[in-house]
Design a protein around this ligand. Structure first.
Ligand code: C2E
Ligand code: MG
Ligand code: MG
Length: 706
């Protein structure tokens, strides 16, 4: 049946063969066929008399649509059959049909409460006989609701797409069979062309030559994955873009849509981010990350070509002081100035970077020898040392440089940086404003010094200090007259460390007061132990630091210690240096007076190395002079030392002071000193400084037991 209805007229022209009303039918068989046909076509059919405008027949579909019984509809006019509203809508078309005697088609919307209602195509087909007789008109109504919906949806889709294309900030292009069929304004702006200049052209026309192959390949296989490409602007400039292509079915054809994203800014952003990640923000120099990366590559290259390389570690001298006193802005200005000077010196032959703080690293790539690296480093030092003006203030700032060479001082980035840093530390420790090459043994010393500095504070708490004792014997009879207490640090990793390596560090770190107090307590405690063991309590000499000596409560702390250990002043001797006594003043005199009043002995240590005169010392309550070991060492070789030592002993004796010669190592020295009438000697010849336990053993082998 559907095959029969497919050609059923719904379009006005040409007029379709009209269904024949039952009244016109001739045979009953034909009439039955017609009825069946009329009943089963998927349309609502009716026929009305053009004079009376009353229905003469309808199929059941039409009657149902009008809400009528099929039989009852016959004889009714439009208003009676369909109600006023429909009748009013239809009448103008009916009149038009009557006037024109032609098929009229109109669309009619039948509202419904529960949904959008129905749309009908209504055809009024005049039934005009061959003789021109016109008495009937056929009404054909087909439900076109779903058709209309489809059109509406398609229209909306097109509208949506149009809006989307216009609103999109990305470029959009449609192309089909190698021709651009549509583009949006953003893409036109990106390209600099007008709509007409673009539409109809081949998409490849707007692409850079080097980007065409990939685009062509993507189009050939209708690839949908995004890819980077380059467009060419009307002015010839290249525009980096990203294409996201999609294949769309449109009106039975496949067309290709591409979203075109301008990557210019994004690439600039990426470049900016990359720059920030690789550069120091303040100076614009390469940062640590970049240095690591590039040095790695340089080392690879240098290893292949067997070329030496130098890593120069640069640190500004006293930068912290400048920063603290002038402020961070001044500090920044200084860093920028230094960066510029280094840049000017380095040019292309070196890689320059700032690690942070006041640390710069320069990698010299073209040097061939130690001397060439040294000359380059000196050039940097000189450039940095030039006077500069910071915040209107003229200043002289220097830097220290440490150099490590590839491959001798290290083969990895880490090793070279570490060793250049160690060499720089060496330059600092030797007076700053200089260049030092890495030297493994010196670096170890520098490393050791750092460890000492870092751990000294913990040493007292950890009980790592010890006192060693060195006897002093009278001359020429060799009787024990005293013991000098000498501090040692038993470091868990570094072993036994002598005082020359940490006393000055302790002074710098304000740790000397607690250490000095510990020494005094320990020494006095030891005296008591020896006494308890049955030995005559010896007089113990304790070395003082000038910081200790100048402390306000110094005398009290010494007297308290004596009291705590139940000892008297005669058990203690304090060793002062000439330097401590150079500061003339009431304080020094009063301190010395208070100590002597308590019976405490006072000795001048290392005598001869300072600039004090004996006549000055005479005015002070000093008991003993310890002749410095540098004179004793040269007694047999240097006439001057001999003369000075002899004169010192004679003069000191005449002033009522006792003389002790330090560092006596040989019998020859002792013999000379005896001849000079020295009062006492101390040195390896008699005994080395020993632990308290060893000292007890030594005492037993000696002959001083009481
Ligand atoms: P100092 O007071 O002049 O001590 C003598 C130094 O000479 C000691 O070095 C001793 O071991 C060393 N010595 C002794 N006999 C000989 C010898 O025959 N030949 C040679 N070559 N050396 C000899 P040490 O123990 O390393 O002490 C060095 C300095 O450290 C001391 O010089 C003293 O100024 C200071 N010091 C030691 N202990 C303390 C302390 O408890 N407090 C303070 N403030 N300084 C101390
Ligand atoms: Mg001493
Ligand atoms: Mg000494």
């Amino acid at each position: 049946m559907s095959a029969d209805t497919s050609g059923f007229p719904i379009k006005p022209a040409p007029p379709a063969p009209a269904p024949v009303p039952a009244s016109v039918a001739t045979s009953s068989a034909t009439r039955e066929q017609l009825r069946a046909l009329i009943e089963n076509v998927p349309a609502s059919l009716a026929c009305f008399d053009v004079k009376t405008l009353r229905f003469v027949y309808s199929n059941s579909r039409f009657a149902r649509l009008m809400g009528q019984d099929q039989a009852a509809l016959i004889g009714k006019n439009f208003v009676e059959a369909a109600g006023e509203e429909i009748a009013n809508t239809a009448m103008p078309f009916v009149r038009m049909m009557l006037e024109q005697r032609q098929s009229i088609k109109f669309e009619y919307h039948l509202p419904r409460n529960d949904h959008n209602g129905f749309w009908f195509d209504v055809h009024l087909v005049p039934d005009i006989g061959t003789n021109g007789e016109f008495s009937l008109c056929h009404v054909l109504m087909s439900n076109i609701t779903s058709h209309r919906e489809a059109i509406r949806e398609a229209r909306e889709a097109v509208e949506r797409l149009r809006k989307f294309m216009a609103a999109s900030t990305e470029g959009i292009v449609f192309h089909e069979d190698g021709k651009i069929v549509d583009v949006n304004p953003p893409l036109l702006r990106m390209l600099g062309y007008t709509y007409d200049e673009v539409v109809g052209q081949h998409p490849l026309k707007f692409m850079a030559a080097d980007a065409q192959a990939e685009a062509q390949a993507a189009m050939a296989v209708s690839r949908e994955s995004a890819y980077d490409s380059v467009l060419i602007h009307k002015n010839g400039s290249r525009i980096p873009v990203q294409f996201t292509p999609r294949n769309l079915q449109w009106d039975g054809k496949t067309i290709r849509m591409s979203i075109v994203r301008d990557m210019t800014e994004r690439m600039a952003d990426a470049a900016r981010i990359h720059f920030l990640a690789m550069h120091d923000a303040l100076t614009g120099l390469a940062n640590r990350t970049q240095l690591n990366e590039r040095l790695e590559l340089l080392l690879d290259g240098a290893a292949k070509t067997r070329t030496p390389l130098a890593v120069l570690f640069i640190d500004i001298d006293h930068f912290k002081r400048i920063n603290d006193s002038l402020g961070h802005a001044a500090g920044d200005e200084l860093l920028v100035t230094f960066a510029e000077r280094l840049k000017a010196e380095c040019g292309d032959e070196a890689l320059l970077s700032r690690l942070g703080g006041d640390e710069f690293v320069v990698v010299h790539k073209h040097g061939r020898s130690h001397d060439a690296f040294a000359a380059f480093g000196e050039r940097l030092l000189n450039a940095l040392a030039r006077p500069l003006t910071i915040e209107g203030r003229r200043m002289n700032v220097t830097a220290s440089i440490g150099v490590a060479q590839f491959p001798d001082d290290g083969r990895s980035v880490m090793a070279l940086l570490k060793n250049a840093d160690a060499a720089m530390y060496l330059a600092k420790s030797q007076g700053r404003a200089m260049l030092r090459f890495f030297d493994p043994s010196l670096a170890r010393a520098a490393d050791r010094a750092l460890t000492i500095e870092a751990q000294l504070g913990e040493a007292i708490r950890n009980g790592e200090f010890e006192l060693f004792y060195q006897p002093q014997v009278s001359e020429p009879d060799g009787q024990l007259i005293g013991v000098e207490a000498l501090i040692r640090w038993r470091h868990p990793e570094l072993g036994l460390i002598g005082p020359t390596q940490f006393i000055h560090v302790a002074e710098g770190l304000q740790l000397i007061a607690p250490i000095g107090q510990w020494v005094l307590d320990e020494a006095l405690g030891q005296i008591k132990k020896w006494g308890a063991a049955g030995w005559r309590e010896p007089r113990v000499a304790v070395n003082l630091s000038s910081v200790q000596f100048r402390a306000a409560n110094f005398v009290d702390s010494v007297l308290d210690a004596l009291k705590r250990h139940d000892l008297v002043g005669a058990n203690l001797e304090l060793e002062l240096t000439e330097r401590m006594l150079m500061h003339e003043g009431d304080d020094t005199a009063a301190t010395l007076a208070a100590l002597t009043a308590a019976g405490i002995g006072l000795a001048i240590d290392d005598f001869g190395t300072g600039y004090s005169s004996l006549s000055h010392l005479r005015t002070l309550p000093i008991d003993r002079l310890k002749i410095d070991q540098s004179f004793v060492r040269e007694l047999t070789d240097s006439h001057d030392c001999f003369a000075i030592t002899e004169a010192t002993i004679r003069l000191a004796s005449s002033l009522g002071m006792v003389t002790i010669a330090e560092g006596v190592e040989t019998e020859a020295q002792r013999t000379i000193l005896r001849r000079m009438h020295v009062h006492a000697t101390q040195g390896f010849l008699i005994a080395r400084p020993m632990s308290a336990a060893d000292f007890m053993v030594w005492l037993q082998t000696a002959v001083f037991k009481n």
